[in-house]
Structure formats: structure tokens, C-alpha cells
Design a protein around this ligand. Structure first.
Ligand code: CP3
Length: 339
């Protein structure tokens, strides 16, 4: 079994807590910015060789336990015939608003879904040589739909919420199509070498619990079951939705990843030994420098029982993050393991 992260997700004993960081491949790295000065984000993610190089950049610098494939939440939607550009987040040329828009979506063959991501996974897998766990990822249907319907990131995604009231059947049909896409995409990633799939649900927090149960839960349930049937563990990341964390845990993914608002110590105790909990330092903590990061990490480790914990942030690393803070975080986790 390659890497501490996969060992832990498989329920095995590990010498210490696994540690990796969301957006560990990104703009806080000078080597990422150097490549990015020559290529657009689109070009980097659409070229398997460049995407593999970026995926590995943080592992050259830091002893992380996972590599997460460099792609985007929107990488698979090109296969539906949807045009996406980045400015800096995803922008959809023709937002989906009508039944005709949903009917016009292509029904892709599995091998047509983001083949460049599969190429990158195969390259990274060969380079990693079992040094760290290779993490593939998919967006949750609701979070992909947020961009497809709204057209771009707008606080609270009001167009999506309005459409869910105006034509619930339409939103349901869209979410069903996205769920089929996401399941096929996860299967392709596993076949190309991904050992774990993290499902990112970034925007469910705008829904009431009742709305979430009727619109989102059935789709997520299908995705978690499908990843298990493919033979890989799943990590379910839920962002900015404290009222839904228990519902996400009830879907019984192998691990649940929570943001910094969650009482992760309590959650870990509640869910042990069946569900592993990942998180949850505030990414902004790292901006306060290595000493503050060292204290915050030590505090996290002292509060959360080690056996079912994966150390990570509550959301992605910020572009302004000092490299010394990332090193400090990892040092504290490693030091605990060797005591
Ligand atoms: O975590 C990693 O290191 C893997 C790479 C990764 C990216 N996007 C690369 C990226 C992952 C896992 C994602 C997922 C993603 N993309 C999510 C879900 C996770 C989350 O952050 O909540 C969402 C909502 C998106 C949509 C998206 N893509 C936004 C809002 C933005 C702009 C904000 C930003 O950080 O720039 C992007 C662009 C993007 N995706 C970048 C990267 C490294 C920045 C591109 C650049 O300008 O260099």
C-alpha cells in the first residue's frame, strides 16, 4: 500500500498522522509562479506533462503524504460540450438555464472525459514510485452546477437557488447528468492510477437541511457508493456548511474533510472508529508565520485523537502563504510521530 494516507484510509496502523494540504500545488510556490508566468492555467491543466510537473512540485519541496492531481472542479464538463474559461475562477460562456440547455449537453463516453487528467495521473504515478498516495478528485454535482447555472462565482449563487425553485425538475435533471459524469470520471481516474478520490462540495452551505436532503443527498449517496464499488476509498470535503456536517458523515465516506469552523476534536470522537476525519487548520493561520503555524498545529494535534485523523487545512492554501509556514506545519506533524 503506497503511502501513509492510503494506509490510514484502509484502516491500517500508521507510524504517525498523514499530512497533505488542499491546493498544495499552486501560487504560493515560486516554481508554480515561474511556470504560470509562461502558461495560462488552462494550458497548464490541459497538458498532461505540465499538469504532472505541477502536481509533483510540492512533493519535491516538502515530505507530503499525498499528491493531488492538478486539475479543476470544472475539468470534466468540457466532455458535456460546455465551454469554460478561467478569470481567475471558472466562467461559463452560456450558463445553463432552460430545459433545452440541459438536453443539449452531450452524453460522453467515459474515455472522452478529461483524457489529459488521465495522462497526468499515469505520469505522476510512475514518478511517485509509491512514495506518497495519489489522490484524484471530483467536484460534487451541486458545486459544479453552481458554476454552470450562475455562469461564474457570485456570492450565494442566487441564479441557481432561483432556478431550483422555478424549475426543480430541471435542476434535478442537471444534477443527475452531472452525477453520471462524476461517477464515470472517478472510475477513469482510478483506472489511471488514483488511489483515493476526494469529492469537493464547496457550495452546499446555501441550502437548508431540507433542501439539501431532497436535492443533493441522493446524488452524493450514489457517488460515495460508486467510488467504493470501484475499490477505492473516498474523502468527502464539505465547505462552509456547519449545519450539514452530520449529514455528510451519515453518507459514510471513508473520511470526511471539514473546515476550521467545525469542532474537529468532537467530530473525530463521535465518528471513531468507522469514519476518519480530515482537517482543519484555517489557511489564514499560515499567513501569521511559522511560529503561529507551529502553535496552531500543535494545538490541533493535542486536541484531536491521532488514530482516525488526517492533518490538512479547512480549505485551500492561500497564494500569499509563506513557504516557512508550510514547512513548520509538516515539521510539527512529523515530530509527533517520532516521539
Ligand atoms: O488542491 C490542489 O492542489 C489540486 C488542484 C485544484 C485546483 N482546483 C487547481 C486550481 C483543486 C482540487 C481544485 C478544485 C476546485 N476548483 C474547487 C473545489 C475546492 C475549493 O477550492 O473549494 C473549486 C470551487 C474550484 C473552482 C476554482 N478554480 C476557483 C474558484 C478558482 C479561482 C480561485 C483561485 O484559487 O485562483 C480556480 C482556479 C484554480 N484552480 C487555480 C488552481 C491552482 C488557480 C489558477 C491560477 O491562476 O494559477
Amino acid at each position: 500500500v503506497s503511502g501513509l494516507l492510503l494506509q490510514r484510509l484502509r484502516g491500517g496502523a500508521t507510524s504517525r498522522r498523514p499530512v497533505w494540504l488542499m491546493r498544495q500545488a499552486g501560487r504560493y510556490l515560486p516554481e508554480y509562479r515561474a511556470l504560470r508566468a509562461r502558461h495560462s492555467f488552462e494550458d497548464m491543466s490541459r497538458d498532461s506533462t505540465l499538469a504532472a510537473e505541477v502536481t509533483l512540485q510540492p512533493l519535491v519541496r516538502f515530505p507530503l503524504d499525498a499528491a493531488i492531481i492538478f486539475a479543476d472542479l470544472m475539468s470534466p464538463v468540457g466532455a458535456l460540450g460546455v465551454k469554460v474559461r478561467f478569470d481567475p475562477g471558472p466562467v461559463i460562456e452560456h450558463p445553463i438555464r432552460t430545459p433545452a440547455d440541459v438536453d443539449a449537453l452531450r452524453l460522453p463516453l467515459s474515455e472522452e472525459i478529461a483524457p489529459e487528467v488521465m495522462g497526468a495521473l499515469r505520469l505522476v504515478k510512475r514518478e511517485l514510485n509509491d512514495r506518497a498516495t495519489l489522490v484524484g478528485f471530483v467536484g460534487a454535482p451541486w458545486s459544479i452546477a453552481a458554476y454552470l447555472v450562475q455562469g461564474r462565482s457570485v456570492s450565494g449563487f442566487p441564479a441557481l437557488r432561483a432556478l431550483a425553485v422555478e424549475d426543480r425538475g430541471l435542476v434535478w435533471a442537471l444534477l443527475t447528468r452531472l452525477t453520471d459524469l462524476v461517477i464515470a470520471y472517478a472510475g477513469e481516474q482510478i483506472a489511471a492510477g488514483a488511489e483515493v478520490i476526494q469529492v469537493f462540495d464547496t457550495w452546499p452551505g446555501m441550502l437548508s437541511r431540507a433542501e439539501w436532503v431532497s436535492l443533493v443527498q441522493p446524488h452524493l449517496e450514489r457517488i460515495v457508493h460508486a467510488i467504493r464499488a470501484f475499490g477505492s476509498p473516498s474523502i468527502l470535503f464539505v465547505h462552509d456548511a456547519p449545519h450539514l456536517v452530520q449529514e455528510y458523515a451519515a453518507l459514510r465516506p471513508d473520511a470526511i474533510s471539514v473546515d476550521w469552523r467545525e469542532d474537529i476534536a468532537q467530530l473525530t470522537t463521535d465518528l471513531a472508529p468507522h469514519t476518519i476525519v480530515q482537517g482543519n487548520l484555517d489557511p489564514a493561520t499560515l499567513l501569521a508565520g511559522p511560529d503561529a503555524t507551529r502553535r496552531a498545529t500543535a494545538d490541533l494535534l493535542s486536541r484531536v485523537q491521532p488514530r482516525t485523523h488526517i492533518v490538512n487545512l479547512g480549505h485551500g492554501l492561500l497564494p500569499e502563504t509563506p513557504l516557512e509556514s508550510v514547512q513548520a506545519l509538516i515539521d510539527v506533524v512529523h515530530a509527533e510521530g517520532t516521539q
